[in-house]
Design a protein around this ligand. Structure first.
Ligand code: ZN
Length: 282
C-alpha cells in the first residue's frame, strides 16, 4: 500500500484517514512532480539546478552568436548580440533549453576601421568556439544549437560544424542561420534592407528601444555603392567593404515596431521549432 511508505504511516490507526489523504497527495506528486521554475540563462542557474536544467533540456543547449561592430549611425555596437539573444532566450522559454552566456567572438575583420569593432584572429575564433562547445558538452550539452545573429559568421559556423567530423565527438553542433523571414508581414518600404536597415532597426524597436537612436538613422547613407564589378559566382573578401564601407546597408529611418514584432515573433517561433526538431533527433 502506498501510504505505508509515507512518513505518516508510523502515526498509527488514529491517523489512518489523514495518512491516506497524505499518501494520496504523495502518490499524485510521484506521478506528476511539480516542476520547479528553471531559468533558461546558463549564468543564472545554481550548480544543482544546472544538472536539473540539462535533464529538462534533454541535453539541448543554445549558443546565440553575436558580434561587436558598427551598425549604421543609429544602432548599438552589440545589435546582433542583443537581437539574437532575445530570439534565443524566448525560444528556449517555449522549448526548454539552456542558453549559453553572451558570445561575440566571430568573424568581423572587414570592420576593423570602424570604432568599437572587436575582431579576433581566425585561429582564436575557431579555437575559442571549439573550446566553448567542448566545455558545453562536458557539462552535458550533447546537442548544441548555434543561433546566428551576424551575417559575417555565415561561413565560419558551417565550416566549424562540418569540420567537427574530423574526429569523434560525443556531441553534435547544429547551426540556424536565418534571422529574417523571406516574406510575409507588414509591407517593407526599402529594397536594400540588410545591416542596420529597415528590418534590423525594426527588431531593435521591440528588443531594446532604449539603446536605439532612430532619429539619427538618416544622418548617413546606407545605399549600395556598387563598387565591385565581378562576374556572378566570384567571391572575394572585400565585397562587403566595396558595397557598404560605412557598415550601413539600407535605411533604418523607415523602421516600424509593427514590422519588428512580426519579424521577431517569426524568429522566436523558427528557433523554437528548430529546438523541438533537434530534441526529437537521435
Ligand atoms: Zn547586424
Amino acid at each position: 500500500m502506498i501510504w505505508m511508505n509515507h512518513k505518516s504511516c508510523c502515526a498509527g490507526v488514529l491517523f489512518l484517514f489523514g495518512a491516506v489523504l497524505n499518501a494520496g497527495q504523495h502518490a499524485k506528486a510521484q506521478t506528476n512532480p511539480p516542476q520547479i521554475k528553471l531559468s533558461v540563462h546558463w549564468e543564472e542557474l545554481t550548480g544543482p539546478d544546472f544538472v536539473e536544467a540539462i535533464k529538462r533540456a534533454q541535453g539541448t543547449c543554445l549558443l546565440p552568436f553575436g558580434i561587436m561592430e558598427k551598425h549604421g549611425p543609429h544602432m548599438p555596437l552589440g545589435t546582433d548580440l542583443i537581437n539574437v539573444r532575445y530570439a534565443a532566450l524566448h525560444a528556449a522559454e517555449n522549448q526548454y533549453a539552456v542558453v549559453f552566456p553572451e558570445y561575440y567572438f566571430g568573424q568581423i575583420s572587414e570592420a576593423r576601421h570602424e570604432p568599437g569593432t572587436v575582431a579576433y584572429s581566425r585561429d582564436l575564433q575557431l579555437a575559442l568556439l571549439q573550446a566553448t562547445t567542448d566545455e558545453m558538452a562536458r557539462n552535458g550539452c550533447k546537442k548544441i544549437l548555434i543561433v546566428n545573429g551576424h551575417g559575417g559568421n555565415d561561413s565560419l559556423v558551417p565550416y566549424f560544424a562540418q569540420s567537427q567530423l574530423d574526429k569523434p565527438h560525443d556531441y553534435v553542433v547544429y547551426f540556424f542561420k536565418e534571422r529574417t523571414p523571406a516574406s510575409g508581414g507588414p509591407k517593407k518600404k526599402t529594397t536594400v534592407d540588410a545591416h542596420a536597415g529597415e528590418s534590423e532597426t525594426s527588431k531593435m524597436m521591440v528588443v531594446r528601444p532604449d539603446v536605439l537612436h532612430q532619429g539619427r538613422a538618416a544622418s548617413e547613407s546606407g545605399a549600395d555603392q556598387n563598387r565591385q564589378h565581378l562576374p556572378e559566382g566570384v567571391y572575394t573578401g572585400i565585397w562587403w567593404y566595396s558595397r557598404f564601407p560605412d557598415h550601413y546597408a539600407g535605411d533604418g529611418s523607415v523602421a516600424t515596431r509593427e514590422l519588428g514584432e512580426y519579424q521577431m515573433n517569426w524568429w522566436v517561433d523558427a528557433v523554437s521549432k528548430v529546438i523541438a526538431a533537434i530534441k526529437a533527433t537521435t
